[in-house]
Every structure is written in C-alpha cells, then in structure tokens.
Design a protein around this ligand. Structure first.
Ligand code: NAG
Ligand code: NAG
Ligand code: NAG
Ligand code: NAG
Ligand code: ZN
Length: 433
C-alpha cells in the first residue's frame, strides 16, 4: 500500500511537470486501469461511433481464441486516404504480459481524437498522417496475464500466444533456411494476420511496443554470425534507424539514461537489436526486409505488468516520444512514379545511391523514402522500363521533399509486362493501398 501511495505521488509530480495547454484534454487518465479485451473492444467501438469522420475500427485478423486483432485507424480522411499521405502504425502487446504499451496505445487513440481540432500539433498529425494503433497483437496472452507481475509466468504463459508460441520468433527470417510450403505455412494466426497486413499495405514507419527493459532497439535483430549477442548487425539504413530510435529515447527521461533496469547499459538509451541479443523470426526485421516499412522496437518498462497506478506517469513519460516518433514518418522524400504518359507505375523501385535498400511504389504509384537531412542521388526503375534520370535531391530537417519520377517503357516486351498489374518478378510483393 505504501508503495502504491509513493508511486501515485511520483505520478502526480511528473504529470504536472509537463503542463497541458489550456485546451488539451487527458480525461482518460482519471481512475487509471488496464482495459480487458472486452473493454478495449467497447472503447474502440465508442471512439469510432462518436468520431466517425476521423476514426475507423479495423480488425487485422483473429487470435487462436478468435479474439479480433483490433486497430484504430485515425486520419482526417479516414475513409479514403489522400494521395501521398504516409501510413504509420504502432503495435503493442505482442508479448501478452507486456502491458504498458497496450494501455498507452489506448490512451494515444483517445488523446489524438479528443484533441483533434483543439491542439494544433494533434490536428496537423491527424490531418497529414494515416495512423493505425493496435494495442494488442496477442489478446489471448494478455487475458492469461496478471497485473502486478513483473516477470513472465512459468512456461511463458501470457507472453506467448494460446498455442505457446512466442510471436516475436514466428516471422520469416532473412537468415533462416527456407521452410517447406509457402511463406505463411505453419505460422500462428496472429503472425499470418500481421504478415498479410504489413505486406499488403504501404506502411512507412512503425513502432513495436514491449516491456521488460527500457530501450529503443533497431534492426537488425538477427545476423548470420552465429553468436548470441554483442555484435552489431547493421541494415543498409543503419544511420536513420539510429536516429529514429533516438527520437524516442531522447524524449523519454528514463530511457535516455540507458540504465533504467538492473544490468542495463545502453548508451543514449538505444541499441542495435542483435548487439543486445539475437532474435530470429522477429517482426521488426520482417517489416524492413519484406516490406517498405521501417520498424523500431521500444521497450517501455522494467516491470512487464506494473500496477495500473503507474499508467498516468507512464503516459507522461512516453507522450512526447510517441508523438515525435509518429511525426518522423514525414522525414525524407516522397512522390509519384509515372510513365511518360502520366500513368502510374506500381511496384517500381526507388533507388537511393549508396543505400542498398529499395522502396517500391504503391498501387497508386506513391513512394515514401525515409531519409536523414542531406543530399542524395535518387532514381526510379521498373521491370520493362528504362530507369529515370538520376535526380539530386536535398532533404531538409523537419520537412518532406516532394520529388516525382518519370520512366519510359523500354521495348515492346515491356509493354506486355506492364499490363501484368505489377505482379512481375515472381518473388515481389504486391502493394495494396
Ligand atoms: C477518394 O478520393 C479521390 C480523390 O482524392 C477520388 O478520386 C476517389 O473517387 C475517392 N474514392 C472514394 C471511394 O471515395
Ligand atoms: C487540418 O485539416 C482541416 C480540414 O482540411 C483544415 O481546416 C485545418 O486547417 C488543418 N489544420 C492543420 C493544423 O493542418
Ligand atoms: C534496387 O533496384 C535496382 C533497380 O531496379 C536494382 O538494380 C537493385 O538490385 C535493387 N537493390 C536491391 C537491394 O534490391
Ligand atoms: C508530382 O506529380 C503530381 C501528379 O502529376 C503533381 O500533381 C505534382 O504537382 C507533382 N509534384 C512535383 C513536385 O513535381
Ligand atoms: Zn517483448
């Protein structure tokens, strides 16, 4: 009891330390508690019903026990994404007993909706960003977990899904030998739902919320070095991943110390995933390797499922990080790739010289290329077409550069291929809007 009172006091202080603007609403912090699956379902239904112009409830799939993987879609034009509006997602609670992120995403949904049209920053974010908030990717695990437990239960009940599978080890891995069957065979329903969502929609940036440590961890999580830890596994976008991780950590008063939990030592509160410890089959690497989406993992608390009294404090500590990381989806260059007649070219590669990782165009021929401020040489290319001219593009801090590319059909053969709806090349993914 004494402990709880102390926590409450600390919570108050921190909440007060970040003054709200006069119009800002955070009523959801009153009487803090974790929402069960049913409460989450009702809360999101209510948000949708009462704010149908900017909020839409979507189910990405179902868990083993048939619970919906709910995501709340928030945007000023939620029923018809405006061309070139980038898609962003937060996914929480894939380990069902890591609960802070789950409740913070419910708060974030309420915060964005309640403050739309009141707080300029929120209005702009919701106007310009296609936001998806999924509080729980493992609703079955959550229902088997217990508030107040800082560590996982025996046999990882709650952390894993209902079939005792760790969902963050169940994704295809770039360093794993190919399994028999299709890329989806033998995987859990939650994993299949997420894979399908990730590869069929043009997400640009994503945060994956966990608990049990306090750090921002960026790709790669895996390597082919055959070691458990302590060796970096860098992706071609290592520099921007570091900065994206820092966006979160810098604004989180505890994470940025890098020493929040016992034995933690993360300079600036960030780490390369594999340097910390190798994860094979994780969702973060899958996003980057198999889609256009860049994902960073945020570990939010030493205690996996702390008492609900800590939630207002956690909201105050994470709010600025959560918002700023979403805003980072606007870093870099975006535009359209068209042929010489102005027709969209989907599944075109957008190539940044010096970074060995392409972005491909959506079925509305849009691309978004996350980049740090600087000068880049960029061109577009598609099967059957001659590459576009290479353009020198300047990226300035805090602002999106718009750059279109025009490419020309190469040959008669290219003409036939073009009608093949972008599903060329066999192992390429098709991008839905
Ligand atoms: C979506 O908006 C575009 C214009 O931005 C319009 O051309 C299109 O018809 C709209 N689609 C639907 C389904 O409303
Ligand atoms: C948001 O969009 C609305 C409707 O288009 C517009 O009136 C408002 O000025 C925009 N506000 C910001 C901050 O972008
Ligand atoms: C990127 O696209 C270019 C042009 O299509 C291609 O030559 C290159 O191999 C691609 N790079 C990667 C890493 O896929
Ligand atoms: C990009 O192309 C679109 C569609 O043709 C056009 O509306 C837009 O003005 C172009 N933007 C730039 C910066 O060229
Ligand atoms: Zn976790």
């Amino acid at each position: 009891m004494i402990k709880i009172l102390v926590l409450l006091c600390i919570g108050r202080q921190l909440v007060q330390a970040v003054p709200l603007s006069p119009t800002e609403v955070e009523d959801f912090l009153i009487d803090p508690r974790y929402y069960s699956y049913d409460e989450l379902t009702n809360a999101f239904r209510k948000l949708e019903t009462e704010n149908s112009q900017i909020a839409k409830l979507v189910s990405v799939g179902r868990s083993v026990k048939n619970r919906e993987l709910w995501a709340l879609h928030i945007n000023a034009n939620v029923h018809n994404r405006t061309l070139l509006t980038p898609m962003f997602k937060y996914v929480g609670n894939m380990h069902g007993d890591e609960s802070i992120g789950r409740q913070l995403l419910i708060y974030l949904a309420e915060y964005l909706i309640l403050n739309y049209g009141k707080v300029e920053r929120v209005t702009q974010l919701v106007n310009d960003t296609d936001i998806f908030l999924m509080p729980s990717m493992n609703p079955d695990g959550y229902e088997s977990s217990q508030e107040g437990l800082c560590e996982s239960k025996p046999r990882y009940v709650g952390r894993e899904n209902e079939n005792s599978v760790d969902l963050n080890r169940d994704f295809p891995d770039q360093f794993e030998p190919h399994r028999a069957g299709t890329i989806l065979s033998g995987r859990q329903p939650e994993t299949v739902a997420m894979m399908t969502w990730i590869i069929s929609r043009p997400f640009v940036l994503s945060g994956n919320l966990h608990g049990g440590a306090v750090v921002a961890s960026y790709p790669y999580d895996d390597s082919n070095a055959g070691v458990q830890c302590c060796r970096e596994s860098k992706s071609p976008d290592n520099e921007i991943f570091k900065q994206l991780a820092l966006v979160y950590s810098d604004r989180h008063s505890i994470m940025k110390t890098g020493k929040a939990c016992k034995n933690d030592n993360f300079p600036q509160g960030i780490t390369n995933g594999a340097y910390w410890y190798e994860v094979r089959g994780g969702m973060q690497d899958f996003n980057y390797v198999k889609s256009n989406c860049f994902e960073v993992t945020f570990e939010l608390s030493c205690c996996k499922y702390p008492p609900a009294q800590t939630l207002p404090q956690e909201w105050a500590t994470n709010k600025e990080s959560l918002l700023s990381f979403m805003e980072a989806v606007h870093w870099g260059v975006k535009g359209l790739v068209m042929n010489e007649h102005g027709d969209p070219v989907l599944d075109a590669d957008v190539v940044v010289k010096g970074i060995d990782h392409n972005i491909t165009t959506s079925n509305r021929c849009e691309f978004w290329r996350l980049l740090l401020p600087g000068k880049y040489s960029i061109y577009a290319s598609a099967f059957g077409y001659s590459p576009s001219d290479t353009v020198e593009v300047e990226v300035a801090p805090g602002k999106t550069t718009i750059q279109n590319f025009t490419i020309k059909l190469e040959t008669q053969q290219g003409n036939e291929l073009r009608t093949n709806n972008g599903a060329i090349g066999g192992d390429r993914w098709y991008w839905g809007a």
